[in-house]
Design a protein around this ligand. Structure first.
Ligand SMILES: Cc1cc2nc3c(=O)[nH]c(=O)nc-3n(C[C@H](O)[C@H](O)[C@H](O)COP(=O)(O)OP(=O)(O)OC[C@H]3O[C@@H](n4cnc5c(N)ncnc54)[C@H](O)[C@@H]3O)c2cc1C
Length: 384
């Protein structure tokens, strides 16, 4: 039996980030969450704390070897204070890791240090108006031209669409079908032919969600990330990291909500006693604490499998459907525990509920995650 404990360095880092989340992020969470503006100040604080370089090459300013567990720890701890700010390390990790591993030296050397220093953010553009869950049917095209490619197509529902300096854009060879023929390109979003649009959602506003349109955009040859026609497989490999990390993101926000509900239940009185004395109040909290604990270790086990190089696609999919659902249910229990106050905008609970709800869809819905798990269990017959 191995230990479930983090290393002492990881535990120290977790404590430091939790303190930062509680004292610095939490007090301004609601204000930031109300605006569709990227929180640059908080993001640069993350850079100063070393969060944006976790697991990225030292030559670009990162910590060195891939370290998915520490990145998961950071994400969970930061989400305790602000679930939107805490999404940044996952997104930076996803993009910068791809650029460092599969990008040209010119592109990685230019953009990865800027991502680690918190000077820019990057988008990942897969989803299109007619291709979401079935991402392999995307229709954006990249035609070979003089010195590179010409890229055309429309992407929607993209995190950082209005705040990013660069995007990883997935587009196919004209005439190709399915996953084969999809390549990944690094596109500077100030290139001629790029148009951005905002798509305000019911939460997660600081993630600057929106559309990206590419009209015959020139992409230099060295901006191809990974081999030609290998973009789809590359994206799937990175989703196997982001899914447990996003699970932990949701769980961090849910833990903050349950801790607030526990404190409230001990001070609020009804029928002459603290409401915590009623099992109708304490048992739902106990149930949610159980689910949070189970979901949390599911995520860390998936990250541990990734860190040790063992297969984890099915566990990663489990982490993306169940923990966000568990987190949403826990936050609901927390706001109901607060009565009318819990529903009001005076408390952050309704905001967390809406922010966490974005992860019921972002990075693939529960149905798509279950399809991945079922395919692993049953083979291709389940992939309908
Ligand atoms: C907050 C947020 C952030 C996002 N950020 C990004 C981003 O940065 N980059 C990016 O590329 N995309 C992003 N997305 C898009 C997201 O990945 C897609 O919305 C998601 O994959 C679902 O695709 P869709 O919206 O087209 O829904 P559809 O694919 O149309 O699905 C609609 C419904 O049908 C169900 N369904 C579809 N196929 C099946 C099936 N085979 N079996 C059972 N049910 C099925 C789905 O589960 C869903 O409930 C984001 C979305 C959100 C909400």
């Amino acid at each position: 039996m191995i230990s479930f404990a983090f290393t002492s360095e990881q535990e120290d880092f977790r404590r430091e980030l939790r303190r930062f989340a509680t004292s610095e992020l939490s007090p301004r969470y609601a204000g930031r969450a109300a605006r569709a503006e990227f929180a640059w100040d908080a993001h640069r604080q993350l850079a100063d704390l070393g969060v944006l370089g976790i697991g990225l090459p030292e030559k670009y300013g990162g910590t060195g070897e891939p370290d998915p567990i520490t990145l998961g720890i950071a994400t969970e701890a930061l989400a305790y204070g602000d679930v939107n700010v805490a999404a940044a390390p996952v997104q930076v990790g996803l993009v910068a890791a791809q650029l460092a591993a599969r990008g040209s030296e010119a592109v990685a050397g230019r953009y990865v240090p800027a991502l680690i220093r918190g000077e820019i953010v990057a988008a990942i553009a897969v989803t299109e108006p007619s291709a979401g869950s079935d991402a392999s049917s995307l229709t954006a095209v990249a035609r070979r031209g003089d010195g590179g490619w010409r890229l055309s197509g429309e992407k929607i529902a993209i995190t950082h669409a209005t705040s990013a300096a660069i995007a990883l854009v997935y587009a196919r060879d004209p005439g190709s079908a399915g996953a084969a023929g999809i390549s990944c390109f690094l596109v500077p979003l100030d290139a001629a032919g790029v148009t951005r649009g905002a798509m305000p959602g019911m939460g997660a506003l600081p993630l600057c969600w929106g559309s990206l349109s590419f009209d015959d955009v020139f992409v230099p040859a060295d901006h191809l990330v990974g081999g030609e026609g290998r973009g789809f497989g590359g994206a799937m490999h990175h989703f196997d990291f982001s899914r447990p990390a996003l699970g932990l993101l949701c769980l961090g926000a849910a833990q903050a909500s349950i801790d607030e509900a526990v404190a409230w239940a001990q001070q609020r009185e009804a029928f002459g006693r603290p409401i915590a004395a009623f099992q109708g109040v304490s048992f739902p909290l106990a149930e949610q604490a159980t689910f949070l604990e189970a979901a949390r270790w599911l995520c860390y086990r998936a990250l541990w499998l990734r860190a040790t190089g063992l297969p984890h696609t099915d566990l990663a999919a489990m982490c993306k459907w169940w923990p966000p659902q568990v987190a949403k249910d826990a936050i609901e229990t927390a706001w109901v525990t607060h009565g009318n106050l819990g529903y009001s905008t005076e408390l952050p609970l309704q905001q967390r509920y809406r922010d966490v709800a974005s992860y019921l869809v972002a990075d693939g819905t529960a149905a798509i995650q279950k399809r991945i798990i079922a395919t692993h269990m049953l083979g291709r017959v389940a992939a309908q």
